[in-house]
Design a protein around this ligand. Structure first.
Ligand SMILES: [Zn+2]
Length: 382
């Protein structure tokens, strides 16, 4: 007996089509299409039967049609298709509790999950997750919209701002009627209309210290940091909190025509202060640049353009889903994942390590030993 397959099927996300009597294809997208040479037509006949029926039925039917084939031959044929990533287990009936609104997510995860996994479990993991989202501006408000379609159990949102007319070009969660309302209230209202199954907890709070973040981290599985003001200081505060709370955090920040994402997993990856150490050790101009930038109190006009910000927020939320569910490997661990809005490309920066013996925040180090942290102390206070 073979326990590897129960009701295997060609993933419905892929077309199965015959080019001629000796060749067929599965898939139509560049990069995930395979062409099979099949002079005797056996593999085509087998693939055509892999539609969710029970393995034993498939084997019986194949042997009746092609008596020259053995059970072993048929399993080898199934293995061949499975090794190419084209098969999954069917189990539709056991997953009725997954709301229809999330089925397209499940189908997307199907690309990544083979016969040894369960694409429905990926969505289930999302639905058991509590996320703390810090900031509801250009980044956070759109991140929240994306999260509502992914169906986490609960989202805790924190912001202190009010909705202004100038937000409406890119913070598409808010309506004209929200102008003047606290963003956290307007956002909670909007999300409850988008997805009533989602539990939302809103706090009208300005994050000024790690303690302000730690008020909200109990029971949280993942933090998304969408606050970046004052630059660097905000991320450092949040980093201190998530290390203390031992909760992973995805950080995102937008620049002029690019955005960056990086993730900190406490005790595993380098933290934001490890990045400060990394630059201190490897970039001779780091301190000079940091101080010069700080000294001009740079306060640029908002340059967030919605189609650009969506590229960044999509990368942030996808990274969050990767971390929560493991459907695919995260892209921003120990590195900064940078999205270029101008040409849609992305790349990762050189990685930085965790300085367990030197970092004052996630390790045993002392901030006094590092010049850079003295400038944070005097940087723009929130
Ligand atoms: Zn560190």
């Amino acid at each position: 007996m073979n326990n590897k397959y129960n009701n295997p099927r060609i993933k419905p996300i892929y077309p199965l089509y015959r080019l001629n009597k000796e060749e067929f294809r599965i898939g139509a997208q560049l990069g995930i299409t395979a062409e099979f040479g099949d002079p005797d037509g056996h593999l085509w006949e087998l693939a055509s039967r892999l539609d969710g029926r029970n393995l034993e039925h498939v084997i019986k039917d194949m042997i009746e049609t092609f008596p020259e084939l053995s059970r072993k031959d048929i399993i080898e044929g199934i293995d061949l298709l499975n090794n190419e990533g084209f098969l999954e287990e069917t189990f539709d009936k056991k997953n009725d509790e997954i709301p229809q609104r999330y089925m397209a997510n499940v189908n997307y995860f199907s690309r990544y999950i083979g016969t040894d996994g369960n694409r429905f479990d990926i969505q289930r993991k999302m639905s058991e997750t509590t996320i703390l989202l810090l900031g509801l501006g250009g980044g956070g408000s759109n991140i929240l919209t994306l999260l509502s379609g992914l169906g986490p159990k609960k989202i805790i949102i924190v912001d202190y701002d009010k909705v202004e007319e100038s937000n409406l070009g890119r913070q598409l969660l808010y309506k004209e009627s929200d102008i003047g309302s606290p963003k956290c209230q307007a956002a909670a209202r909007a999300i409850s209309q988008m997805n009533a199954q989602l539990e939302i907890e809103a706090h009208n709070v300005m994050i000024k210290s790690a303690e302000d973040v730690l008020r909200f981290t109990d029971g949280v599985d993942l933090v998304i940091c969408a606050i970046d003001e004052p630059p660097f200081v905000a991320q450092r505060i949040v980093n201190q909190a998530i290390i203390k709370a031992n909760v992973p955090c995805v950080f995102g920040a937008s620049q002029v025509s690019r955005g960056r994402v990086f993730t900190v997993i406490p005790g595993k990856t380098g933290c934001f202060d490890c990045l400060n150490l990394h630059y201190s050790l490897n970039d001779p101009q780091f301190i000079e640049q940091f101080v010069a930038f700080r000294n001009i109190n740079f306060d640029p006009p908002t340059i967030a353009y919605a189609p650009a910000i969506y590229q960044l927020t999509a990368a942030i939320v996808d990274e969050a889903v990767r971390l929560i569910t493991g459907y695919a490997p995260p892209r921003s661990l120990s590195t900064q994942y940078e999205v270029n809005f101008e040409d849609g490309s992305s790349f990762t920066h050189p990685s930085w390590k965790r300085y367990a013996d030197k970092c004052p925040t996630c390790g045993e180090g002392d901030a006094k030993n590092w010049e850079i942290f003295s400038y944070y102390e005097t940087a723009n206070k929130v």
